[in-house]
Design a protein around this ligand. Structure first.
Ligand code: AVJ
Length: 332
């Protein structure tokens, strides 16, 4: 992915104007190089992890409340419907670790259900997470709750003083769907390593394949919130690499790719665009796309197979009455 980072195009003589305007620190060079490599790809791509700056995290919260976006409320329904069975399978007490904790709303429900003693939330949006963990502490005063800022795809480092008790990795929201099967397997192996220890395990949310129209509506809502969320990635990239994307010039596209069993989100250029950043540029033809997200919908047997290949055992799944969504527990 980060192969050749040489910029094939000439740099503009005048320094590129950044959409962010004022002097703002760019991302570290290695990260900048990765983002630029994605922009120079054919097709161009931006990692979905860059959706989640402060505004993106808030837009995602708004998405979870949309009538068309069923995953969040369906997952909540599964947890409510099967709370006691899930608590029994997972075991009570212990340490809950949530990669990509975001708002910590789900962590609150789960930690209360289990009577967890410790919680460690990890999120790429560190400031946003700090606020969420503060709210979690206020809601559950008996819980030792910590926030760790970081990218969950590179090893998660737990604070040293987290006790050596049973660890549950909690990965709700079907976020595993952002990874293609090989990357999902690698991430599950990492979670397996994190959960290993007496009785440790994984509780993970999986969005199941379903009618394409239902899926498509969930990622292309009538109010246009998902479109704003998608375009916001360009504002974030502008800050990361000092580029001059004009988000209003990009059209939100989302569709279900039945062959790959995934929702794809793209941004399509409303007309010819030239995007500049310090040291490089990329031209886009009208309608040319930037791929911003895949959201895989794993059939349950395929997902259980991934879990077992990652080293997990004794998988157990709970679903809603329409079989749209599953919570899966497995032991490390
Ligand atoms: C947070 C990755 C689970 O794929 O449904 C929502 C992100 N993208 N709408 C998903 C998302 C567009 C979401 N995940």
């Amino acid at each position: 992915m980060s192969a050749s980072l040489a910029t094939p195009h000439a740099t503009s003589p005048t320094p590129p104007r950044s959409a962010a305007g004022a002097a703002q620190p760019l991302a570290p060079p290695a990260e900048r190089a990765q983002v630029i490599a994605g922009l120079l790809g054919r097709p161009a791509s931006i990692s979905p992890k860059y959706f989640y700056d402060e505004r993106g995290s808030r837009l995602f919260e708004a998405i979870t409340r949309l009538p068309e976006y069923y995953p969040t409320r369906t997952e909540q329904a599964v947890l409510r419907r099967h709370a006691q069975a899930i608590a029994q399978a997972v075991g009570r007490g212990g340490v809950v670790i949530e990669p990509g904790a975001g708002s910590c709303d789900k962590a609150q429900v789960l930690c209360r259900l289990l009577g967890a003693t410790h919680f460690v939330g990890v999120d790429i949006s560190a400031d946003y997470l700090e606020g969420s963990v503060a709210r979690l502490r206020a809601a559950l005063p008996g819980l030792d709750a910590r926030a760790v800022g970081g990218d969950i795809t590179t090893a998660i480092e737990l604070p040293r003083d987290v006790p050596q008790a049973r660890r549950l990795v909690f990965y709700p929201g079907s976020s595993i769907g952002n990874f293609d099967p090989p990357a999902a397997l690698a991430l599950l192996r990492q979670m397996h390593a994190l959960a290993q220890g007496q009785g440790g395990g994984l509780l993970i949310g999986i969005d199941l394949p379903k009618d394409a129209a239902v899926l498509q509506a969930a990622y292309d809502d009538a109010a246009g919130v998902t479109a704003q969320f998608n375009r916001n990635i360009l504002t974030h990239v502008n800050r990361l690499i000092g580029s001059d994307f004009e988000p209003a010039q990009w059209r939100h596209e989302a569709f279900f790719n039945t062959v790959e069993s995934r929702i794809e989100m793209h941004l399509a250029a409303c007309g010819p665009q030239q995007v500049r950043w310090p040291g490089g540029t990329r031209s886009f033809a009208a309608d040319e796309r930037i791929h911003t997200e895949n959201s895989y919908k794993y059939p349950l047997p395929a997902f259980v197979d991934l879990l077992e290949r990652a080293g997990f055992t004794q998988p157990q799944a709970w679903t809603d009455e329409r079989d749209w969504y599953a919570l899966v527990h497995a032991r490390a």
